[in-house]
Design a protein around this ligand. Structure first.
Ligand code: DON
Length: 577
């Protein structure tokens, strides 16, 4: 990035950051600078937990583990011990970049046809075997420096003593409670008991507000068992028994054996090259890394920077690229332990063919790319955080319960929320229809298999040094949000705050439409009209409905300074020193 441009922008941003903090406002980003360490996450107490670990001499992986456990307390709609995710680790020197895959698995008794069109999304049956605790233990065994217990205890304390909630958490709590109380009930009583403002009677009448204190005593005990016994404190003994008992209260499949058999895996990252930078992404069972690299390989053939960021031409090319890559995703990607990932997808010569297929004048109708397949719809929530330490060890971590508050089931007596990740599998074999179902083979259910993910924790490096740590929540929009963060910084040479403020678009092949953010009117009515004339269908997001939440860190390769920026779209906090 040209230094002068950076200086002007940083000066401008210093001025901007003096404006009093207000949630969900592009003008009031949380930013931090430092050379010794940086943590950026959706939740201020979780960022604080990570920073404290860095200051206590922990490395970035130690801090990331502390953030992950803290998020299970302070951002329960997505932070979790009952879900899973992907942690990218770029070791100092960057010779081998790893992904700790802690994606959930299908239980041993799961079958390809276990779901029917009548099945809901908030059931016991939809819960995958959680991976988070073994994932953190695996990361710790491979990279950790401090004692395990020291990394979990901050979360125990947050849960036991309680913490002050912000607007974002208050509104998340209110919305899940309202929805359960008015529409669901039944299996969700424990969530109401644990997270309702006044437990049991009267919960439905009491709304959470910023400044209230949330105390989670059952979760504190569960976390204490993890602090004391490591992964065994979750996958065996009391917590495992409580989880299995919860399964038996509904139609859940997870057994003691499923928990004992779960394995987190250290996989080699997907690697690509873009504008001289190394791009490292999460491998299958996430589609994130493959899709990101495939998209960048196509886009590097179009010299986007010669045109305005929001020009009709660039939006057209980017959307056409997304469309083609998402079409490949639906056809070919699944858990790599079960289906082979076609090597060509990340190769430059394959991208050249895709690029040649893009018509600069017209939109290609999605259905002509692969007429027989369509895709399912997804909803929030997931969360992404980024960490780097003073030595340059970088961590990019995305974690999820799938939907916001997962299956909306809290394990009775254990205080944690269960995922509904089985919904990321293709539910009905061979059933592919226009309403959004996909039945292709690669991502069908099988015992022990991991469901395909879109999580795209990403590390961009230059000559072995991390340059950008990024990623996002948002279902399939994750891949496109991350793509645009990378393009904004590497292709359009924006600094991180500007990249964060840039409106995002999304195309996922089917439905055949571009959705776009409207909060700052960066994409003009003229551009929309020109895109429509090319044959695109466009769908504006409401000003309040934004795409993703890309808590990121940029590293100045000349000075070594870290610049953490929390995405404003769901609040968040950057902390560094
Ligand atoms: O792993 C996946 O791709 C999805 N379960 C992620 C869901 C999600 O990001 C919802 N977020 N806001």
């Amino acid at each position: 990035m040209p230094p002068l441009r950076q200086i002007i922008l940083s000066t401008l941003l210093l001025t901007i950051s003096l404006v009093p903090a207000k949630a969900r406002d592009a003008e009031t980003l949380s930013e931090a600078r430092g050379k010794n360490g940086m943590v950026v996450s959706v939740s201020p107490p979780a960022s604080e937990a990570g920073l404290a670990i860095l200051k206590a001499g922990g490395n970035a992986v130690d801090a990331a583990i502390a953030v992950e456990f803290a998020l299970a307390v302070t951002w329960p709609e997505a932070g979790n011990i009952g879900g899973g995710g992907f942690m990218m680790v770029h070791p100092v020197g960057g010779r081998e970049v790893f992904c700790i895959d802690y994606r959930e698995t299908a239980p041993g008794s799961a079958t390809e046809t276990m779901f029917t069109p009548k099945d809901g999304r908030h059931t016991h049956k939809i819960v995958g075997v959680p991976g988070t605790v073994k994932g953190m233990a695996r990361a710790h065994a491979k990279f950790g420096k401090l004692e395990w217990k020291q990394l979990v205890v901050p979360a125990v304390k947050l849960a036991a003593d309680g913490f002050v909630i912000d607007d974002a958490l208050a509104s998340s709590l209110n919305s899940v409670l309202e929805s359960i109380i008015t529409k669901e009930g039944g299996h969700h009583q424990e969530l109401i008991r644990v997270y309702g403002k006044i437990p049991q009677k009267g919960a439905e009448k009491t709304k959470w507000k910023a400044g209230d204190r949330l105390v989670l005593p059952d979760l504190a005990k569960t976390l204490q068992r993890i602090a004391d016994r490591g992964a065994e404190g979750f996958y065996q003994g009391e917590t495992a028994e409580l989880l299995v008992a919860e399964m038996q209260r509904g139609d859940g499949l997870i057994t003691v054996e499923d928990l004992a058999n779960y394995k987190a895996k250290a996989r080699r990252a997907v690697h690509g090259k873009f504008r001289g930078y190394d791009v490292y992404g999460a491998p299958p069972p996430s589609s994130g890394g493959v899709c990101l690299v495939e998209m960048l390989n196509v886009l590097e053939r179009f010299d986007l920077r010669k045109y305005d960021r929001y020009s009709t031409r660039n939006i057209h090319i980017i959307a056409e690229t997304m469309k083609r890559v998402f079409c490949d995703r639906a056809q070919f990607l699944g858990d790599q332990d079960f289906v082979k990932t076609p090597k060509r997808l990340t190769r430059k010569n394959y991208a050249r063919k895709l690029a040649e297929d893009i018509d600069e004048r017209f939109a290609t109708p999605s259905e002509t790319l692969a007429p027989h397949v369509e895709v399912m719809s997804e909803s929030p929530s997931t969360t992404h955080f980024s960490v780097i330490d003073g030595d340059g060890l970088a961590v990019s971590n995305t974690t999820t319960l799938e939907a916001s508050w997962g299956a909306r089931i809290v394990v009775k007596g254990a205080g944690f929320v269960l995922n509904n990740e089985m919904g990321d599998f293709n539910w009905y074999p061979d059933h592919t229809d226009r309403s959004g179902k996909i039945g292709t083979k690669a991502n069908r259910i099988a015992p022990g298999k991991r469901m395909l993910s879109s999580q795209t924790p990403t590390i961009i490096a230059y000559k072995g040094h991390p340059a950008l740590v990024t990623g996002s929540p948002g279902g399939r929009t994750i891949i496109n949000t991350t793509l645009q963060m990378v393009l904004n910084v590497l292709e359009f040479e924006m600094d991180l705050p500007e990249a964060m403020r840039a409106a995002r678009i999304h195309h996922q092949w089917l439905p055949d439409k571009i959705t776009y953010e409207t909060f700052a009117d960066q994409i003009t009515p003229e551009t929309i009209a020109e895109l429509e004339a090319k044959g695109h269908v466009l769908s504006a997001r409401k000003k309040s409905s934004t795409q993703g939440d890309a808590h990121s860190i940029a590293i100045d390769l000349d000075t070594g300074e870290y610049h953490g920026v929390a995405d404003w779209r769901r609040n968040g906090k950057a902390l560094g020193y």
